[in-house]
Design a binder for this molecule. Structure first.
Ligand code: SF4
Length: 315
């Protein structure tokens, strides 16, 4: 295999290597629940949310909105220092729900509290692509002059028929517009995508690699569809299981490698698979494997296939 296009020995473009190259150290994200909601839940666009949505499943225990942001950061640092002793710099990750869905003045107060913490080097803001505007982006680009700032958009699918079926209540074009306006301001753009949504074939999902490669995205998180308890999708799955073609672990490993081969090698991969605590899952077709264990298996298989991200990428 030729040397990868990025300067380390991994077979895909990792976020850890990006941090090392750019900041000379690991940047550890600390999840913050700042009490946001979402227009697809508060009645503005809908009340039931996206069919797969269960934000509880993604929230670490230290992360509760009744605690101040400073307290959540302190507890998050303590948690991660026990687990990752190498981390010296931290990013406040505004994670659950839509973290730009407040007035700009309120956002300034919330992000400002996180950035005033001496251990915090930047912020990552997870949000919907229809919850951002130019004034908010301009403000974020001011912060980005002195801090790491990334905006992470849920794309989930490049197909409007899928977005409609999972009740995202926005289109793919909305996501493209938000991504472009964010990138124009030189902000770091992250994106999420889910593989295995009902109605999409493996070929449909692989075709997304080319579409995403053409967008000004800095990083991507890949997730396999997981059916979570107390979601609309749980009921759909129980009523019509034939609509779902969930990946086995072996199928997912081969699929993700096929996808990475087609993906622009400049896009940093922040996640190769999703992971939620088993108590939230309706079924666990992969057993109790953690995301980092899945990553090890994917890299091992990439080595056996003598391949890397971008091997078959073409503009
Ligand atoms: S946009 Fe996010 S928070 Fe809102 S309903 Fe969908 S998955 Fe849940």
């Amino acid at each position: 295999m030729d040397e990868p296009l990025w300067a380390d020995k991994r077979r895909f473009n990792t976020f850890a290597a990006y941090c090392q190259r750019t900041y000379g150290t690991r940047l550890q994200k600390l999840s913050i629940d700042a009490g946001f909601t979402c227009p697809n839940r508060d009645g503005t666009l809908g009340n039931n949310g996206c069919t797969y949505c269960s934000n509880d499943a993604f929230n670490p225990s230290y992360c509760q909105p009744e605690k101040s942001i400073t307290q959540q950061i302190n507890e998050g640092i303590e948690f991660h220092q026990n687990r990752y002793r190498r981390a010296t710099k931290y990013i406040a990750y505004f994670q659950p729900y839509s973290n730009t869905y407040k007035e700009l003045d309120e956002l300034k107060t919330l992000y400002g509290e996180a950035l005033s913490h001496t251990m915090i080097s930047g912020i990552t803001i997870g949000t919907r692509p229809d919850c951002i505007d130019d004034a908010k982006l301009d403000y974020l680009s001011e912060i980005a002059k002195t801090h790491f700032v990334s905006v992470e958009y849920g794309i989930e699918s490049c197909y409007n028929k899928t977005l409609k079926a999972i009740n995202r209540a926005h289109t793919f074009e909305t996501a493209v517009d938000a991504i472009k306006r964010t990138a124009e301001r030189k902000l770091f753009v992250g994106a999420h995508i889910i593989f295995g949504l009902p109605g999409e074939s493996r070929a449909d999902m692989l075709a997304e690699a080319k579409v995403l490669s053409a967008l000004p995205i800095n990083s991507l998180k890949l997730h396999q569809l997981q059916i979570l308890k107390n979601t609309v999708m749980e009921t759909e799955f129980k009523n019509n299981p034939e609509r779902f073609d969930l990946f086995s672990l072996e199928e997912y490993i081969e699929f993700v490698i096929d996808f990475l081969e087609l993906l622009n090698p400049d896009i940093i991969i922040e996640r190769l698979s999703g992971e939620v605590p088993p108590r939230f899952l309706v079924n666990s077709p992969w057993g109790l494997l953690r995301a980092d264990q899945v990553m090890v298996q994917i890299e091992k298989r990439m080595k056996m296939r003598d391949t890397c991200q971008g091997k078959y990428y073409s503009k």
